[in-house]
Design a protein around this ligand. Structure first.
Ligand code: CP
Ligand code: NVA
Length: 305
């Protein structure tokens, strides 16, 4: 069987996502009913973190255990990865001792080099460019609340970062639209976002206009991990790009608010929005667990009916 990796959102097709979302629904239902489900009995997940994490580590580690397997955590500080062993050599060794690998790292190129030398599936747990597991959970969360996302409008307010790029790719795969508003100088770079074209997104200089009529409004931190040196400058550049109650009022009345977390109340989002009735941020976080369980099972065993 050819190895299937999940390095960016468009590594999977719309059909595959439909299968994964349906399987996620079953896995979540069984989990809530305390039914044992161990399709990955005796399988081992290795998780490599070059950046901090709460949700990604927890959801992958708990998820693998719940599927009957086990998970091993490695970070750059305590392994040879931080001491100059090449990504290629690490991939050869790690993939001989495990069944599946999840990596959180800096440049996308690093995870691609790892995958090219891996005997087992590799999952992107966040790179500077993409965060596909997050958007899979976010879209599943949207579907749970409001059904199919096809044809809907997502407003992205803020930095054109890894999470934004992944929303843009997802729009191409699942056929919805993204209204993006970034401060000048932080615009989308279509090539870096891995887009085929510009058909599925529109850029707005005014964040209020981007939010107008949206089915979902979403944002993320102004400074992503790895860019901390720019923090003060970004705080100034982004101050008019906060999602607040006035902005939410311009979206559809039943619009959802999403944030991948961690959040900074009073910066990219007002407390009244993230803690308000339209916010689904805790469901988003929980759904990381369920969608990633479906994903790991799919990458290792194929479609389950
Ligand atoms: N949203 C997300 O990936 O969170 P962590 O950085 O805590 O993993
Ligand atoms: N854009 C953020 C997401 C964190 C989950 C970052 O890369 O730091």
């Amino acid at each position: 069987m050819q190895i299937k990796h999940f390095l960016q959102f468009n590594d999977l097709t719309r059909d595959e996502y439909e299968h994964l979302f349906e399987h996620t629904r079953r896995i979540k239902e069984q989990f809530k009913a305390y039914q044992t489900y161990h399709p990955l009995h005796d399988r081992t997940l290795v998780m490599i973190f070059e950046k901090a994490s709460t949700r990604t580590r927890l959801s992958f580690e708990a998820g693998m255990q719940q599927l009957g397997g086990s998970a091993i955590y490695l970070n750059t500080r305590d392994s040879q990865l931080g001491r100059g062993e090449s990504v290629e050599d690490a991939a050869q060794v790690i993939s001989r001792m495990s069944d599946i690998v999840m990596i959180r790292t800096f440049e996308q190129e690093i995870i691609e080099r790892f995958a090219a030398n891996s005997r087992v599936p590799v999952i992107n747990g966040l790179t500077n460019e993409y965060h596909p597991c997050q958007i899979m959970a976010d879209i599943y969360t949207y579907i749970e609340r409001h059904g199919d996302i096809k044809g809907k409008t997502v407003a992205w307010i803020g930095d054109s970062n890894n999470v934004c790029n992944t929303w843009l790719q997802a729009a191409e795969v699942l056929d919805f639209n993204v209204h993006v508003s970034t401060p000048p100088g932080y615009e989308v770079e279509p090539e870096r976002a891995g887009l085929y074209g510009t058909d599925h997104y529109e850029e707005f200089t005014d964040p209020m206009e981007a939010a107008r009529g949206a089915d979902l409004v979403t944002t993320d931190v102004w400074t992503s991990m790895g860019f901390e040196a720019e923090n003060e400058e970004r705080k100034r550049d982004f101050e008019d790009w906060q999602v607040d109650a006035d902005m939410m009022r311009l979206a559809k009345p039943d619009a959802l608010f999403m944030h991948c977390l961690p959040a900074h109340r009073g910066e990219e989002v007002a407390a009244e929005v993230i803690d308000g009735p339209q916010s689904v941020v805790w469901d988003e976080a929980e759904n990381r667990l369920h969608v990633q369980k479906a994903l790991m099972e799919y990458l290792l065993l194929g479609k389950i009916n």
